[in-house]
Write a protein that binds this ligand. Structure first.
Ligand SMILES: Cc1cc2nc3c(=O)[nH]c(=O)nc-3n(C[C@H](O)[C@H](O)[C@H](O)COP(=O)(O)OP(=O)(O)OC[C@H]3O[C@@H](n4cnc5c(N)ncnc54)[C@H](O)[C@@H]3O)c2cc1C
Length: 477
């Protein structure tokens, strides 16, 4: 088979889909993955991250022709279910027509996608091969064989760095004219698994994303196919840190206040470093997540065994080097997970790259990579901002009556004028509209809804013609 010799560094979620797209075009693909083959080893042990696949993720999977394999391992999720401190549940559908996002185990998805890539005779997977350097001019990568300790140099026409947030390929870009920032947020996360009932049935509605929003911190739960849930607790890592109000993206809502000192307006905020033993933990859960505690008989064992991980946002530019090397997925744009879009954005990178190759052909990589960077970089920045904004929405606003009223008004506008009003969440999760366009439109919606919610008596008349006219009038301005 003809085609270019292509090296993909990183056989994770994005690298495996990219291999499928490029193999279908007739290129010869070598995927080098640092870890052992997850289908034969237990590389995901102790980490059971669940991801949601959204519309744009499916669009990419369909374009690659691998969606049917993924459909078999997902659970549809139609709504958020908030749990208040007393265990009261409120269901908030994601869209007026109950459209679903889909929960999937990251490990299972990775295994399925590696098998899909391996079906192509022109794809070779090399596990336990860690990339240690890349020559950006020649496309030659050096790998360290983790099993034998040997080093090898592999030449290629084109190299893709899909090696995630700590990317070794990106590291090489640092030696050139390259802009880079890495920002840690104050919140870390820890996973806690909810087992199913003894008969295998789920303990909560599996078709909802469960959220325990507690303003400064939160827990969420996503269903697995075995009846269990993966819970994730997001909380500041330390009680003494301060998150400034400044620097938050416009429209992102309130920043965090000083922690550690309780005042009426600034309550003391729990943090991971305050939970030192089982007693602290049980007291904390009893106070904040009372209805979850009976579903977690092994809470303390899990809490003190499972790792606490941090979250960072990585922005960089350019994502490409001449006609030789490109960054893709988290290597180019690591974001916080609160919109559930990191992988979806990476999948969309692959689809857009494939579209650009359709347009320019497979022999003009300087043009292709330049077009890819220009098409994706603004969207990578936008989804980083959107994801921070959604953190505020999830941990804080979903429990706010004004926010719930806004959702109802927007739902009504969407139902009556689907051609005019598509709420931001639907633009991000249920459409292929670019993240940048969605972000700009979302900020415009914020300004309009601020005025609508300020109308006297809005709580009583939100379903009236008057409110509808006001919103649409502002939209046309
Ligand atoms: C708690 C949490 C929840 C999330 N939820 C969602 C969600 O709901 N929806 C969503 O779309 N996204 C979600 N994400 C984000 C998603 O996990 C990432 O965006 C996605 O994994 C990125 O895929 P990737 O292939 O670019 O990188 P990775 O998944 O990090 O894969 C990179 C691969 O490269 C390999 N590698 C690294 N360095 C080297 C090297 N030097 N040489 C060779 N191989 C190397 C790694 O072993 C790995 O297999 C979530 C993330 C977190 C942390």
């Amino acid at each position: 088979m003809n085609g270019k010799q292509i090296t993909i560094v990183g056989g994770g979620l994005v690298g495996s889909l990219l291999a499928v797209f490029l193999a279908k075009r007739g290129h010869r693909i070598n995927v080098f993955e640092r870890r052992a083959d997850p289908r034969k080893s237990n590389v995901y042990a102790g980490r059971s991250i669940n991801l949601v696949v959204s519309h744009r993720g499916w669009t990419a999977l369909k374009a690659a022709g691998v969606h049917e394999a993924v459909e078999r391992i997902v659970v549809p999720v139609h709504a958020r279910m908030t749990h208040d401190r007393d265990g009261k549940l409120t269901r908030l559908p994601y869209s007026i027509d109950e459209r679903a996002i889909h929960s999937v185990s990251r490990g299972e998805l990775n295994k399925v996608m590696l098998s899909e890539a391996e079906k192509f005779p022109n794809v070779k997977l090399h596990f336990e091969h860690r990339c240690t350097s890349v020559n950006l001019e020649t496309g030659t990568c050096t790998f360290h064989n983790e099993a034998t300790g040997e080093a090898s140099a592999v030449p290629a026409d084109v190299v893709f760095g899909s090696d995630g947030a700590p990317s070794a390929v990106r590291q090489e870009f640092m030696k050139h004219r390259f802009t880079f920032s890495q920002t840690y947020i104050e919140h870390d996360y820890k996973e806690i698994a909810f087992a199913p009932n003894a008969d295998g049935t789920p303990r909560m509605d599996p078709h909802c994303l469960h959220i325990w929003p507690r303003r400064w911190f939160m827990m969420m739960g996503l269903a697995n196919t075995d009846g269990g849930f993966t819970g994730t607790l997001f909380m500041p890592h330390t009680a003494s840190a301060v998150i400034p109000e400044a620097g938050r993206p416009k429209g992102a809502g309130p920043g965090l206040a000083r922690r550690g000192e309780a005042t009426e307006s600034h309550p003391a905020i729990p943090a991971f470093d305050q939970i030192k033993d089982e007693q602290d933990l049980m007291r904390f859960f009893e106070e904040h997540f009372r209805d979850a505690t009976p579903m977690l008989p092994d809470l303390a064992e899990q809490y003190f065994r499972n790792p606490q991980s941090n979250l960072a946002i990585i922005r960089c530019s350019p994502w490409t080097y001449k006609d030789k090397v490109a960054l893709i997925g988290d290597a180019a744009h690591a974001i916080v997970p609160f919109y559930g879009e990191g992988m979806n954005a990476g999948y969309e990178d692959c689809k857009v790259l494939n579209d650009i190759l359709n347009e320019h052909g497979d022999d003009n990589w300087a043009t292709v990579l330049d077009a890819y960077h220009k098409a994706r970089k603004p969207n990578g920045d936008a989804i980083a901002d959107l994801s921070l904004r959604n953190f505020v929405e999830m941990r804080d606003l979903v429990a706010d009556p004004k926010f719930i009223l806004r959702k109802k008004i927007e739902g009504r506008l969407q139902a009556r004028h689907p051609d005019k009003w598509l709420p931001l969440y639907s633009q991000v999760k249920f459409s292929d509209i670019g993240y940048k366009t969605a972000w700009d439109e979302g900020l415009r919606h914020d300004r309009i809804m601020e005025q609508v919610l300020a109308m006297p008596g809005i709580e009583e008349k939100w379903e009236s013609e008057e409110v509808e006219r006001k919103a649409l009038g502002l939209l046309e301005k």
